[in-house]
Design a protein around this ligand. Structure first.
Ligand code: GAL
Length: 914
């Protein structure tokens, strides 16, 4: 093994540079166009697939919106990630499980979304392999490139990829079209709609390492790590080639610390090789929760002396193991899993979560001591794993659907291959609560097959399934690591007794209800008080659940259902509740009080938290339940300076007082070994006086579309935050950025979450030939219910129906002698030309002639786009809080956000982008 210095790379600069040029991966998120299609009405789906020869009949015969030549100028311009579901209004007829958005089952007009993007590939790229990589599309995505059907990805959670090399128009324009259809649901929770994760355009040489083509894992022996490396090599060239592989291990400063050179090998045309190597590293820096150290494996493929590919794999050196009696071990050290389950959506943005918001969300979980994340019930976005690697968070990576057909196994394989280099991923979950199989013989048949298959792909991790049945047969009798969903359904001690060699995790616990900032139940208002209570008979509160898990060594830990609230499943309520009540933090990430229970026992810093707030005007003399969460030994409570007693804190417990309400200050004092260590208080506030804005970041990077998450509150004259106000706040933004979403964590809020321009399209009927004053002219018409307002813009994107034309709207000449050979025409429609009711278009000119006997001429004169400009962003506070998410345009400058509300002082905040 040679130790190489950085100097070595410098001397290889030319080769290195070539390898860089031979592979590129460009973010493909910008510059798309979007419009709704239709799941069954072909005319509303741009007549796609209606041709005599369909795209399944002949290569490249994508018609309608799938066609290369389709004119999408009138569609709405958008950048990814995009979730159109979050832009939809709420509707009582919407899906309960998905949060009552007017989309999906029952809403066919807005359940198919089309995306199109044009792009240029230069002639210099001919000879390379070109791929389109989709990180995830919700759902049932069909993709065409230049009218060629690429394939279909049914799941909204899989990453998928198409090799588009041979359908590319080199040196010219290309078009990708994507049709997503959410008219059937995949999960039982909000899933978003559309291309809600990133898209990439990847280029390599024909001999290359395919996507997810490396696998590196470690075995530890004393102060040595054995690194096992598997490399896939693909030859899409047309002849056999010889190559060699060189691996470099880089430390976090990109310095080479070790390397490995393989022998020359041959690879036939159009085939794949798999090469296994291993390398032993002395004194590795281990990846751990407090020190999530990452190495990079740089793999070079050489043809002779020429580096033809270079592939980087980020990895951590660590071992993970679940023990049947002692729980979970990271690098041989015991760690209790303190986890949360989470779905993907966030206030204001739905599932289209900017990378930086993913990171921000993880930080909110970490803030209360959460060390583990279960990606329920689907594989996460790749960036989530990247951040978990960087932040030291452990992940249960979950497959969507259990099954052992080739298709089902292939789904699992793609998840494992995509995610197995992430040190944060500690276990694979094959599935969740598979009611049809978990407690019967099918579970006993399906689970071992999937398990063995997964172990072949990754010998370094164990396998889990989350089970609700509480049965001791079926899946739970054969799975490597059993996942208990709810102590209300499981006797874990009994199961452990029956299966003493089987490790276990509390994959779901809690499912308790709480509305942030609410302290009295009120079923009419759909309020669930914050005090941690059992959600239903024989179920466990968070505290009862945690005590059970904390007290038993054989249990690896517990994952609360859930970290964040999410849209859908508003149990125990229904409409107009649209989000869950389960979260420790609400949909915006504002903590509910239960967070402080977990924070007290899930991390070591001193915690002292009182609930409720102390604004109980009208309840003077009434008894208020005061709870204190703390990890101190003793806590004393005082109201207006008068003691209410000092109490001893039990391990994993909380303290309670019954306090007759008097306005003023209620204050808690915590003690360790008799010494005061912390105080905290809640005071009755005055009237609302001024808006307050605080930003997660006041300086954003200009290098990416960075975000800042702003909390909006109202303060009284003394500067105390008023916890009970619900003012409507409006926002205005100036500078190189935009607001991308607003929220307030109110489960019953039916307010808009996005204020974006709305596009309606009128596809003009085909023209008819008529005679006007003896002359043959073409005519068509469209209807307007009202004349455009100042907030509307009408643009006609014209499609030529004549070689040279004069065009009239309602008799007014709008263009003369317009030649087909000129650029594509578009007309901003002036109100003076328009009328309510029928508007007539007349076109006089030289008719189009068919090119030959079997082609038809165009008779459809294009599309009128009605652009309804977005109204101003606004949001009501909910129990004193709202959230605004700002995203930079990735340009330097100053973003100014102004917040206004009636009757109180406004507030501005400046965010620098540099
Ligand atoms: C579980 C299920 C979760 C969620 C939760 C609500 O049974 O796995 O996805 O539905 O119930 O309590």
């Amino acid at each position: 093994m040679k130790k190489l210095l950085i100097v070595f790379i410098l001397t290889c600069l030319t080769n290195y540079g070539f390898a860089q040029m031979s592979r590129s991966n460009v973010c493909f998120d910008k510059g798309w166009f979007f419009a709704f299609g239709h799941p069954f009405d072909k005319t509303q789906d741009y007549n796609t697939g209606t041709g005599y020869f369909s795209y399944m009949a002949k290569a490249g015969y994508g018609d309608g919106a799938a066609s290369k030549d389709f004119d999408h100028r009138a569609w709405r311009p958008i950048d990814l990630p995009h979730d159109w579901a979050v832009e939809m209004p709420f509707d009582s007829k919407g899906s309960h499980s998905h949060g009552y958005k007017a989309v999906g089952p029952g809403f066919p007009d807005v359940s198919v979304g089309w995306y199109r993007k044009t792009f240029v590939v230069t002639r210099e790229d001919k000879g390379k392999q070109i791929f389109l990589d989709f990180d995830g599309v919700s759902r049932d995505a069909k993709v065409w490139v230049n009218g060629h059907y690429m394939g279909n990805e049914p799941s909204g959670y899989q990453s998928f990829s198409y090799n588009i090399t041979d359908v590319i128009n080199y040196g010219g324009e290309n078009v990708v079209a994507v049709r997503a259809d959410v008219s059937m649901e995949e999960g039982w929770y909000y899933e978003g709609a559309g291309i809600y994760r990133h898209v990439w355009l990847r280029k390599t040489l024909p001999l290359h390492i395919p996507k997810d083509g490396t696998f590196i894992y470690s075995e530890l022996d004393g102060n040595k790590a054995k690194l096992v490396i598997e490399t896939e090599i693909e030859n899409r060239g047309l002849k056999t080639s010889a190559y060699s592989i060189r691996h470099y291990i880089l430390n976090k400063d990109s310095l080479i610390i070790d390397s490995l050179i393989s022998h020359d090998a041959f690879i036939s045309a159009m085939s794949k090789n798999l090469q296994k190597d291993s390398l032993s590293l002395n004194n590795p820096i281990l990846w751990s929760l407090n020190h999530p150290y990452l190495y990079t494996l740089k793999t070079q493929i050489k043809e002779g002396d020429r580096i033809i590919d270079e592939y980087q794999t980020s990895f951590g050196i660590r071992t993970v193991y679940f023990d049947a009696n002692k729980g979970f071990f990271l690098n041989g050290k015991h760690i209790k899993l303190k986890g949360t389950n989470n779905h993907q959506d966030h206030a204001g943005v739905g599932c289209a979560i900017p990378d930086e918001l993913i990171k921000w969300r993880l930080q909110q979980l970490k803030n209360f001591g959460c060390n583990a994340y279960r990606s329920s019930h689907n594989p996460p976005t790749p960036e989530l794993l990247k951040y978990c690697d960087e932040m030291g968070i452990l992940v249960i990576d979950e497959n969507r659907l259990m099954g052992t057909t080739d298709h089902a196994l292939h789904e699992m394989k793609r998840v494992i291959k995509r995610d197995r280099n992430h040190p944060s991923v500690i276990i694979w979950s094959l599935g969740n609560e598979e009611w049809g199989i978990e407690c019967n013989v099918l579970g006993e048949q399906i689970t071992p097959t999937m398990q063995r298959f997964a172990q072949n792909l990754d010998p370094s991790r164990q396998i889990n399934v989350a089970i609700s049945g509480g049965c001791n047969n079926g899946t739970s009798s054969v799975v490597e690591v059993v996942g208990y969903n709810y102590l209300g359904q499981w006797d874990t001690d009994r199961h452990h007794q029956l299966f003493p060699n089987q490790p276990s995790i509390g994959t779901e616990e809690g499912s308790t209800y709480a509305t942030r900032g609410i302290y009295f139940d009120d079923d009419e208002k759909h309020y669930k008080a914050a005090y941690d209570r059992e959600p239903r008979a024989n179920w466990y509160s968070i505290e009862e659940g945690w005590k059970h898990y904390a007290e038993r060594d054989y249990l690896s830990g517990m994952f609360i259902w859930t970290g964040f609230d999410y849209r859908g499943e508003p149990t125990p309520y229904a409409w107009p509740s649209v989000t869950s009540y389960f979260g420790m933090i609400d949909l915006c990430g504002f903590p509910k009080d239960n967070v402080y229970y977990l924070k007290s026992w899930w991390q070591d810093e001193p915690v002292l938290h009182i609930l409720p707030h102390w604004n109980w005007n009208g309840k003077e003399g009434d008894t208020i339940d005061v709870w204190v969460y703390s990890n101190a030994q003793e806590v004393e409570l005082k109201l207006k300076g008068k003691t209410l007693g000092r109490k001893v804190m039990e391990l994993n417990g909380h303290l309670e007082w019954k306090v007759p309400y008097k306005k003023g200050t209620i204050k808690a004092y915590s003690f360790k070994d008799g010494k005061l260590i912390q105080t905290t208080e809640r005071s009755t506030t005055g009237m609302p006086d001024e808006i307050s804005l605080s930003a997660s970041k006041t300086t954003l990077s200009a290098k990416s579309n960075d975000i800042s998450v702003l909390t909006v509150e109202v303060k009284d004259k003394k500067g105390n935050v008023v916890p009970t106000v619900n003012n409507i706040i409006s926002f205005e933004l100036d500078g190189p950025g935009k607001i991308i979403g607003v929220g307030n964590g109110n489960p019953t809020s039916l307010e808009k979450e996005k204020f974006v321009d709305d596009y309606k399209l009128i596809t003009l009927p085909e023209v008819a030939e008529i005679y006007e004053e003896g002359e043959k002219v073409l005519t068509t018409s469209f209807q307007l219910e009202e004349l455009p307002t100042e907030h509307q813009l009408l643009t006609w994107y014209y499609k030529y129906v004549s070689e040279k034309q004069n065009i009239y709207i309602n008799g007014v000449l709008i263009t003369q002698d317009l030649l087909k050979s000129s650029e594509k025409a578009q007309f901003a429609l002036n109100n003076d030309w328009l009328r309510v009711g029928t508007n007539t278009i007349t076109i006089e000119g030289k008719p189009l002639m068919p090119v030959n006997a079997w082609t038809s001429i165009n008779k459809q004169p294009g599309v009128i786009q009605i652009l309804n400009k977005a109204s101003n962003w606004e949001r009501k506070l909910y129990n004193g809080k709202a959230q605004v998410i700002i995203q930079s345009d990735a340009e330097p400058g100053e973003i100014l956000l102004k917040a206004r509300a009636e009757g109180i002082k406004s507030k501005d905040i400046l965010i620098n982008v540099e």
